[in-house]
Design a protein around this ligand. Structure first.
Ligand code: GRF
Length: 187
């Protein structure tokens, strides 16, 4: 049995989608969800889905081994960042080499880096009159959105799209592909 831990800071619709996907699979379990935001909607989802969820603050995350020890204690095989906004500290990356992945809502290397998240990404895609956007699933290194790319998928952007409709298209791609990419990585 392979064990995933999801990190999420916000709504957690990807987290829920991943949890639901692996409920049907005997070989993979979502062991827990971790968040840095005690008011994150993802916590309500975990409650409803019966998934253990835990909160950590910045000192515990950045300046201690608390999170690493916790993840080791869960026998974590893969850490999945799904809308998690803090930079991952190097001691955590070193403790889980090539075992931390992130999903970014654009076609990296475009529209990545510090401060590029959520609607800011989709608005920038709109403002630059891009004709396509998409998702990037990548390994996490010490720089925002710069680790090796594992998978990308594209969707069209048409002139009548706004940041909202672009976000919806991108979310559809995320729901369709993220669980399957995780499954492949674990097989
Ligand atoms: C997703 O668009 C993901 O690509 C990005 O953050 C968003 C999270 O959405 N990293 P949700 O919380 O899963 O609904």
């Amino acid at each position: 049995m392979k064990r995933i831990v999801i990190f999420a800071s916000g709504s957690g619709s990807n987290a829920e989608n991943i949890i639901s996907f692996f409920r049907e699979k005997p070989d993979v379990a979502v062991a827990a969800v971790l968040t840095n935001k005690s008011s994150a909607k993802v916590l309500e989802r975990c409650d409803r889905l019966g998934i253990p969820a835990f909160y950590f603050n910045k000192p515990a995350f950045k300046n201690s081994d608390a999170v690493v020890n916790f993840l080791k204690g869960l026998n974590t095989d893969l850490i999945v960042l799904a809308g998690f906004l803090w930079k991952i500290p190097s001691h955590l990356i070193d403790a889980f080499p090539n075992k931390i992945i992130n999903i970014h809502p654009a076609l990296l290397p475009k529209y990545g880096g510090k401060g590029m998240y959520g609607d800011k990404v989709h608005q920038a895609v709109k403002d630059n009159k891009e004709t396509e956007t998409g998702i990037t699933i990548h390994y996490v290194n010490e720089n925002y959105d710069e680790g090796a790319i594992i998978f990308q998928a594209k969707t069209d952007v048409i002139p009548s799209d706004d940041a909202n409709s672009i976000a919806q298209k991108v979310h559809q791609l995320e729901y369709e592909h993220f669980p399957q990419v995780i499954e492949k990585l674990l097989s």
